[in-house]
Ligand binder design. Structure first.
Ligand code: PMP
Length: 393
């Protein structure tokens, strides 16, 4: 059997439409196939490779750590330099109030930790999340997901969860003194890139403060520079009580975190109740890669370049078949008439060497989330290929 046959025979499948792109090597914004294929990666492994694939400084940080140690102990027991330096580097990018970092393995696990923390700190049981939100695939993170179709088969899920509409001012009245937390994506990703206004976030922040509800911002997709700020909440002049991140955090390595202040996070260390235990959370190799990633974002001024690059995409992607473009920085959705139309365009673009895809809860829109290192000429090349794919499909 060849590799593609093995993929279908022995790897559990997640979709009827796997992209099935075979990759031998990745570098910068490019993926390379076994038969000389060369692709521009416009999705960054779903918002992960913000500093590009195999950034030399990430590789160097990984190599240095490989020479020292791999796993030593469950998270939170030994003093491991990659973890302590990463926590310091992350808190340096945040308002002083967010000074305590809990390192985990993934986005879903970070959401789990944040939800548990909010319940424990507030001693409340009810959680509010948004319609069409995506927060992960484990039972807890799925419970706060906002798509009924995805949840139906797995009920009963967590009790005490209700949903509000992202961006709806009147729904904020549902936040009460019984609410432990509101969990919300600062920019809704899988809903097809939806951006609420600054006034909404300020009203949300105010309502949470008034009711003693913790505001959890999920920046697993929107964080780490993707929207043109290190953190997307900086666009809205608000500060969350708990910030959740992952994906772009590791520069291609698996790692996530939930971040709060020391007082809130402190409840997790009160025995005899278990807080959150994770064997591999903040793995030293991933933490080293993550530390390098934070440094690269700043050293290469990648965040400042996001807005002009996004504007270039928008100015080039003009075609009668494109209905709309929604974006916050390089988190973009290009809307077409239907899934059928979009699917043909995505397939043709891949044949022509440009990788895009769609969103979990929005199948008429094309996801564009390139590595932030993409250059102006690469954006021009990618957009002209997409326009060609639109013409030819
Ligand atoms: N929250 C958001 C906003 C996400 O986009 C994702 C992943 N697509 C997750 C949570 C879950 O992260 P992971 O897949 O690492 O568990």
């Amino acid at each position: 059997m060849n590799n593609r046959q093995l993929f279908l025979a022995h790897l559990a499948q997640t979709t009827d439409f796997p992209l099935m792109i075979e990759v031998e090597k990745a570098e910068g914004i490019h993926l390379f196939g076994p038969n000389g294929e060369k692709y521009i990666d416009l999705i960054s492994g779903i918002g992960v490779s913000n500093v590009g694939h195999r950034h030399p400084k990430v590789l160097n940080a990984i190599q240095n750590q490989l020479d020292k140690y791999l796993h030593l102990m469950v998270y939170g027991e030994y003093v491991q330099t990659p973890q302590t330096l990463l926590a310091k580097a992350l808190t340096d990018t945040l308002p002083s109030h967010l000074d305590n970092v809990y390192l985990v393995n993934s986005g879903s696990e970070a959401v789990e930790g944040a939800l548990k923390l909010a319940k424990r700190y507030t001693n409340r049981r009810e959680i509010i999340s948004c319609v069409n939100a995506y927060h992960g695939s484990s039972h807890g993170s799925l419970s706060v997901g906002g798509n009924e179709v995805f949840k139906r088969a797995y009920r009963p899920l967590l009790p005490g969860i209700s949903h509000i509409f992202y961006g709806s001012f009147s729904d904020l009245e549902k936040i009460t003194e019984q609410t432990a937390a509101v969990i919300i994506e600062t920019i809704q990703g899988e809903a097809g890139i939806r951006v609420a206004c600054k006034e909404y976030f300020q009203a949300l922040r105010q309502k949470c403060t008034q009711t003693g509800t913790l505001l959890i911002l999920d920046e697993i997709q929107a964080g780490f520079g993707r929207t043109g700020k290190m953190w997307a909440f900086e666009h809205f002049d608000i500060i969350p009580d708990i910030l959740v991140c992952a994906k772009g955090m590791g520069g291609g390595m698996p790692i996530g975190a939930f971040i709060a202040n020391k007082e809130v996070m402190g409840v997790f260390k009160n025995n005899p109740l278990l807080g959150h235990i994770t064997t591999f959370g903040g793995h030293p190799v991933s933490a080293s890669a993550s530390l390098a990633t934070v440094q690269i974002l700043h050293e290469e001024n990648l965040i400042e370049q996001v807005e002009p690059k996004a504007n270039l995409f928008k100015s080039l992607l003009v075609h009668p078949k494109i209905k709309a473009i929604r974006n916050k920085g390089l988190m973009m959705a290009v809307e077409f008439e239907s899934f059928e139309v979009l699917k043909k365009i995505i397939d043709r673009a891949i044949e022509l060497g440009v990788i895009t895809d769609w969103f979990l809860f929005c199948d008429d829109s094309m996801r564009i989330a390139p590595p932030l290192i993409i250059t102006e000429s690469e954006i021009r090349q990618a957009c002209s290929t997409i326009l060609q794919a639109i013409e030819e499909s």
